[in-house]
Write a new protein. Structure first.
Length: 152
């Protein structure tokens, strides 16, 4: 499974040109997702899987029925096993990350509970070289750093 584009990400665009996209705030503003017209009334996102350039979602779609290895509308139309075009996913690590974003509030709540737990147990010894943190203090530092990065 390929890895998602490292964050942080931010929305960019220009309302005058009717253009909005999701991109990194580092590495030359690498596109994560943008949108293009699909037919007369629709639009579709585009992703940049594995640095191949922006690819239309229709070329990354995975389908509920038929051969599960089929990716993209054109290949699905060529394969007789895909007889319905109901989408089960988009073959892009960034699309999967966006799809799983709903769990972030749950994870933040768990981290906040961990912070309270470790805060009451964090301690350090002191010797001639300075402070020596216990495991709880080390974990508390990691938890607080994660919460800070998440903006919580």
């Amino acid at each position: 499974m390929s890895k998602h584009t490292p964050g942080p990400w931010k929305w960019f665009g220009n309302a005058s040109s009717n253009h909005v996209y999701l991109a990194t705030t580092h590495s030359g503003r690498r596109y994560v997702m943008d949108f293009v017209r699909w037919g007369m009334r629709g639009a579709q996102p585009r992703f940049q899987p594995e640095k191949r350039g922006m690819v239309d979602a229709k070329d990354l779609l995975q389908f509920e029925v038929g051969d599960q290895s089929i990716i993209g509308v054109e290949d699905a139309k060529k394969d007789g096993s895909v007889y319905r075009y109901d989408v089960r996913g988009i073959n892009s690590a960034d699309a999967r990350l966006i799809e799983s974003a709903w769990v972030i509030p749950v994870l933040l709540e768990a981290l906040q509970e961990c912070e309270a737990y470790f805060d009451n147990r964090a301690d350090a010894d002191c010797d001639q070289d300075g402070y020596i943190p216990n495991e709880e203090m080390k974990l508390l530092t990691l938890v607080r750093d994660a919460l800070r990065k998440a903006g919580a």
